[in-house]
Design a protein around this ligand. Structure first.
Ligand SMILES: [Zn+2]
Length: 555
């Protein structure tokens, strides 16, 4: 099945980002520890008044004289640092603040910023940017597919807009009576009555701006609990009677992921209906109402829930490592789908994605490696390669390591890097603790290299009493792709009606030979290589390459 639309970002509409923006500020010396904001909403005017206290820490060895935060669509009216007024400069994307006193290495300070902005109305058919005011709901989704900035949280909060800066978010929403704010973390306080209502949400665990967000709407609030974890649904009236039926699979999803990866990492499970796209906002998943009103799509909830383990909690160090988020969420989604079927087999699902990647996505998107895909021609932050090839590579790693070692490694990786940032190398090193080798070759060829093996496999033994031998030629070097080393499953059917399944290692050679000594030629009726077709491998027939050397083969 060819898949062109993914849950986090609609690939068909990302062209709207291709106007020119300045690059986001890089704030490596300033760590935002906590954001404490009050947002006051005028729903009719699409206007938000903001006041935020940002606890910052100087992480450099030198004194800090100024700090900068990404901020768009808002005008700053006042800045203080502690009790002292501070001067500042604001352009379209960055707010730079001159600290009234230098901040010594490792010291902290509290920066107070008053700001306000009028936001856009949702435009049908256009992928949204920034804060969106739809028909009934205002919402802030974070992820940006544009190359030039990581998250859209800077449209409602001055923030250090990088994956690697995790902070506590403490947000109070002041909204007109009749509206309810669905926020992240725990609801500390709710004051309703009179013409305004206030909802104070605070997160227990630190997250990055990329997974911050909220929704404000005329919600019905429905509560539940799964294994002691509270569940909050914030839905519109048109949907509130369908909530329990629609989310009937939620308990199974959580059970699948907890069994595979470890305990659910947030203090609550939350869903809020919005306009304009779905997103894995931590502990309050934002679901597009159009997705909910269409046919049931459990993969959508599964994908966004899975991000609570992969992406939200264990977070890529930067966008180059984004497959550690999207590939893992995609694999989790497929794992749930396979588990939810009677006799569902994960490899059968993965086989579909091999074909859709090689013959669909790689053709339309170009061919990129998983790591640093954007530097190799990917146009968007959320290119399909990181979803599909990412999931395929994880599945091959499971086969390479064996189920028990793979899941033990994944659970240790999750436990060790909860609410931290990770790289592919850090992932490899943890998995190698559970694998038979250091996995360097596996990661080099599947993560850092683009392309895939193109194999020509043929039987080469003749004598009736000779064991079965298969010659494997790697033809992809003609495209400039690397040679691969991998275990390969072979299924042999005998004339006696038996089926034999063996695994042999294909070495990093232009030509290799696999010996299957368990059977001799006269016993063999037929054979198949990679019988479940889960390997990201393409094949060419011996007749098509009979007279060509690998380097000269045009594929
Ligand atoms: Zn995703």
């Amino acid at each position: 099945m060819k898949r062109t639309v993914f849950h986090c970002i609609c690939l068909l509409t990302v062209h709207v980002f291709l106007s020119t923006f300045p690059a986001a500020a890089q704030h490596h010396d300033c760590d935002a520890v906590e954001y404490r904001a009050v947002l006051t909403f005028d729903m009719e005017q699409r206007h938000i008044d903001g006041a935020v206290e940002i606890v910052i820490r100087n992480t450099s060895r030198s004194p800090l004289h100024e700090v900068a935060f990404d901020l768009r669509d808002n005008d700053v009216t006042q800045v203080r640092v502690g009790s002292l007024s501070a001067s500042y400069v604001q352009d379209d994307t960055v707010l730079t603040i001159v600290l009234p006193r230098e901040l010594a290495s490792l010291d902290t300070a509290v920066v107070h910023i008053a700001y306000n902005g009028t936001h856009r109305a949702l435009t049908p058919g256009i992928y949204p940017t920034g804060v969106l005011f739809g028909e009934q709901v205002a919402s802030a989704k974070a992820q940006s597919s544009a190359h030039w900035y990581v998250s859209m949280t800077c449209h409602w909060l001055p923030c250090n807009n990088v994956f690697a800066d995790k902070a506590i978010y403490d947000i109070t929403f002041d909204v007109p009576a009749g509206y309810v704010a669905a926020g992240q973390g725990s609801l500390i306080d709710a004051q309703c009555g009179g013409s305004r209502s206030r909802f104070h949400w605070r997160m227990r665990d630190p997250i990055h701006p990329h997974t911050a967000g909220w929704a404000v709407g005329p919600y019905f609030h429905i509560t539940d609990e799964i294994n002691g974890v509270p569940v909050d649904y914030y839905v519109l009236k048109s949907f509130h009677l369908r909530v329990r039926d629609y989310f009937v699979r939620l308990t199974d999803m959580i059970a699948t992921f907890e069994h595979a990866w470890g305990p659910y990492p947030a203090e609550k499970i939350g869903f809020a209906m919005t306009d304009g796209g779905s997103l894995e906002t931590h502990s309050m998943v934002l679901l597009d109402k159009n997705d909910l009103h269409s046919a049931a799509t459990p993969e959508l909830e599964a994908h966004e829930l899975a991000h609570h383990w992969w992406g939200n909690c264990v977070t890529p160090m930067d966008l180059r490592e984004n497959w550690l988020s999207e590939g893992f969420a995609m694999y989790s989604e497929i794992l749930y789908r396979a588990n939810s079927e009677l006799q569902g087999r994960l490899d059968l699902h993965m086989a579909q994605y091999v074909q859709s990647y090689i013959h669909g996505i790689a053709v339309s998107e170009g061919i990129q490696p998983l790591y640093d895909y954007r530097a190799h021609g990917a146009r968007y932050n959320y290119s399909s390669v990181i979803y599909i090839k990412g999931a395929l590579v994880l599945n091959m790693l499971r086969h390479f390591m064996g189920d028990a070692q793979f899941y033990a490694g994944m659970q240790e990786y999750f436990r060790r890097y909860r609410y931290s940032n990770v790289t592919s190398t850090m992932f490899r090193e943890v998995m190698a603790e559970f694998a038979a080798d250091d996995l360097e070759q596996f990661f080099n060829q599947w993560v850092y290299e683009a392309g895939w093996p193109i194999l020509c496999v043929e039987q080469v033994s003749d004598g009736e009493e000779d064991p079965l031998r298969l010659r494997v030629r790697q033809m992809q070097t003609g495209r400039g792709w690397c040679l691969y080393e991998m275990p390969m499953e072979i299924r042999v059917f005998t004339h006696a009606g038996d089926t034999l399944r063996v695994t042999r290692r294909v070495h990093r050679l232009d030509e290799d030979e696999l010996l299957i000594s368990e059977v001799c030629n006269k016993e063999v009726a037929s054979w198949e290589i990679d019988p479940d077709e889960y390997m990201l491998v393409d094949y060419v027939s011996p007749t098509s390459v009979a007279s060509q050397s690998p380097a000269a083969t045009s594929l």
